[in-house]
Write a protein that binds this ligand. Structure first.
Ligand SMILES: NC(=O)c1ccc[n+]([C@@H]2O[C@H](COP(=O)([O-])OP(=O)(O)OC[C@H]3O[C@@H](n4cnc5c(N)ncnc54)[C@H](O)[C@@H]3O)[C@@H](O)[C@H]2O)c1
Length: 254
């Protein structure tokens, strides 16, 4: 018996990184998982990996910043597995690297369209489906410690990740009467391609930086974040909505 037995979950941005790890953990716990990502090659490979390990997963190619593709994603989920119980809205673009006086409007618009508007679009169609089913549901939106305690030099990412928290709290109020819970996971420094890319971009030494970013002196493994998603997705967290769970090795407590 897994704690997600019988549940159907969409995980966006699950071709790699934390999303892929969450998909593997969810499938092991009995969920049927939709790998939703615009990286078709890696997304299909991740769905195959889960199936080869005995789990249930299907890939759907979607760019979450495009409304028609998000609507099609939810439609595909229901057509494939009959319903939608859980959504982990995790896909995002890598942080920008210039303070506001130097920022590039095109990059700002692109990042916001994925990291904030993309989450809103996903919730729009996920919530409509959950309301139509009439049995509630659980949505987890992925923010960041940057949504709580910003670092210098990423104004677009920081604004988007603060926005994800506001958007989630707003949805938790509007849809709690329907039994739909909406929570936020705010990861700290997690060892994924996104983090490695950002360290390289800013010329930072990984060992040095890990000590500055965590009371535990190391980066997290992606599975450690997946465990927070798992709990929030499951009925074990049935009284939790509108919450922000930091998985950051104590960074926001420093
Ligand atoms: N890695 C970290 O240290 C860290 C820290 C805090 C928060 N986060 C957040 O956690 C989440 C996952 O981060 P990660 O490090 O695993 O990222 P990653 O870059 O390793 O993976 C992101 C995935 O999202 C997909 N994606 C990006 N834009 C998309 C779009 N428009 N439509 C569909 N798919 C899209 C990518 O193809 C990729 O598979 C993100 O929301 C990120 O902002 C990461």
């Amino acid at each position: 018996m897994g704690i997600l037995d019988g549940k159907v979950a969409i995980i966006t941005g699950s071709a790699m990184g934390m999303g892929a790890s969450a998909a593997e953990v969810f499938a092991k716990e009995g969920a049927k998982v939709i790998i939703a990502d615009f990286n078709e090659e890696k997304g299909r490979a991740e769905a195959e990996k889960i199936k080869n390990a005995g789990g249930e997963a299907s890939f759907f190619g979607a760019d979450i910043s495009k409304e028609d593709q998000v609507a099609a994603l939810v439609e595909f989920t229901v057509k494939t597995y009959g319903k939608l119980d859980v959504a982990i809205n995790n896909a995002a673009l890598t942080p920008d690297d210039k303070p506001i006086a130097d920022f590039d409007l095109n990059y700002w618009n692109r990042l916001l369209s994925v990291d904030l508007t993309g989450v809103a679009l996903c919730m729009k169609y996920e919530i409509r489906q959950m309301m139509a089913q009439g049995k509630g549901g659980s949505i987890v939106n992925v923010s960041s410690v940057s949504g709580i305690r910003p670092q210098p030099g990423n104004p677009a990412y920081i604004a988007a990740k603060h926005g994800v928290i506001g958007l989630s709290r707003s949805a938790s109020m509007d849809y709690s009467p329907h039994g739909i819970r909406v929570n936020v996971v705010a990861p700290g420094a997690i060892d994924t391609p996104m983090l490695r890319g950002a360290l390289e971009q800013f010329g930072l030494d990984p060992d040095d930086y890990a000590k500055k970013l965590s009371l535990l002196g190391r980066f997290a493994r992606a599975e450690e974040v997946a465990q927070a998603h798992l709990w929030l997705a499951s009925d074990l967290s049935s009284y939790v909505t509108g919450a922000i769970i930091s998985v950051d090795g104590g960074y926001t407590a420093m």
